[in-house]
Design a protein around this ligand. Structure first.
Ligand SMILES: [Zn+2]
Length: 109
């Protein structure tokens, strides 16, 4: 398996944060497209979305556990509704009993 270079340019997948990124042709705009080999998310280098920091994600999860309204959480934390929806979907995929009001080991305080 020579010729395949993982983590070119130190790229990270904007979706899952993995570094197994490969080139995947070009978009019709001529921009280099990249493909995450972990979650198969496709993205272009110049299409930068505002990154949601792990701290922000933790805060969102904490507010969710406090049963705040989704709109209120988005406003308070400053994330978009579309990101929030994706985050909820990811939660329900990864955790069978999502939105447990007090997950074990969740840092309080
Ligand atoms: Zn990925």
């Amino acid at each position: 398996m020579t010729g395949v270079q993982w983590s070119m340019n130190g790229l990270e997948c904007p979706q899952c944060g993995a570094v197994r990124i490969v080139k995947n042709g070009h978009a019709h705009t001529g921009k280099q497209r990249s493909l995450c080999r972990v979650c198969t998310h496709q993205f272009t280098l110049h299409h930068r979305r505002p990154r949601i920091s792990p701290d922000t994600v933790a805060l969102v999860d904490r507010l969710l556990s406090e049963r705040l309204s989704h709109r209120g959480i988005c406003r308070a934390v400053g994330v978009s509704r579309s990101w929030f929806r994706r985050h909820l979907q990811a939660l329900t995929k990864s955790v069978p009993h999502a939105l447990d009001p007090d997950p074990p080991g969740f840092p309080r305080g």
